[in-house]
Ligand binder design. Sequence first.
Ligand code: PEP
Ligand code: MN
Length: 297
Amino acid sequence: MKNLKLTGTKADGLRTVVEISGIKIGLDFVVIAGPCAVESEDQLVRTAVAVKEAGGTMLRGGAFKPRTSPYAFQGLGLKGLKILDKARRETGLPIVTEVIDTRDVSWVGEYADILQIGARNMQNYSLLREAGKSGRPILLKRGMYSTLEEWLNCAEYILAEGNPGIILCERGIRSFETYTRNTLDLNIVPAVKGLSHLPIFVDPSHGTGVLRLIEPMSMAAVTAGADGLEVEVHIDPSTALSDKDQQLSPQAFARLMRKLTALRSALAAIEADEANRPEAKEAIAAVMDGKDNGERA
Ligand code: PEP
Ligand code: MN
């Protein structure tokens, strides 16, 4: 891919690590969880406590909701950000929240630990430039009609403004399939790993829109090598003001977290086994002896 001056894989192979309150995104496995939208203090704080108890790493919740209909719930705005701040103080979970307007980037950045740019705004170049200037880490979701090249070029806009803290997040693309809300493109995870040094997350909630697909697709995302997940969790999904069909209950989220832990230890055992194979040992020894010519079968 051309012109990925800052986003493309580095010559030294080093990958970006975004550090927030001791959490190293890109190195530690991170689960960002919380409701689609901040609806009330009670709803958010109770959800945040459940996310924390289940082992979630960060709290998500939209205060500004980009909705298909102008008549649908648009989010609580500043009030929502203040509630997020309260939940952060009560649980210690850092906050991820979406910004949808260039005029809001700097002040929303005062509340958010990570600013999210949503699928609908992936190619909003002025918003990307403002995000680049904000100095806050940016979670950049993939546009629903965007190719990998277009997406990486959008990350390039942010990096070009001097902001190195970018996390990519696959959230499904539009296809002819209507059973799911979107088609979750998990090919993109190893593809991004080969082309870019940026961390790559997966959002199985928007990626499927179907409750019972969220757990298996989360497992699949981790197996594909995702650095983390962004999952919608609501204290009482049946009452949610947005995306009620794709928000996990606290119980379902806790179960997902248990299964992810077991899966990650099984995957680590597979990696360790591979690394212990004679070929791997020989290759490592050759690198140590300076005899490695870089050729691989
Ligand atoms: C969200 O995560 O709140 C959201 C609106 O997702 P997307 O931009 O991927 O649709
Ligand atoms: Mn949502």
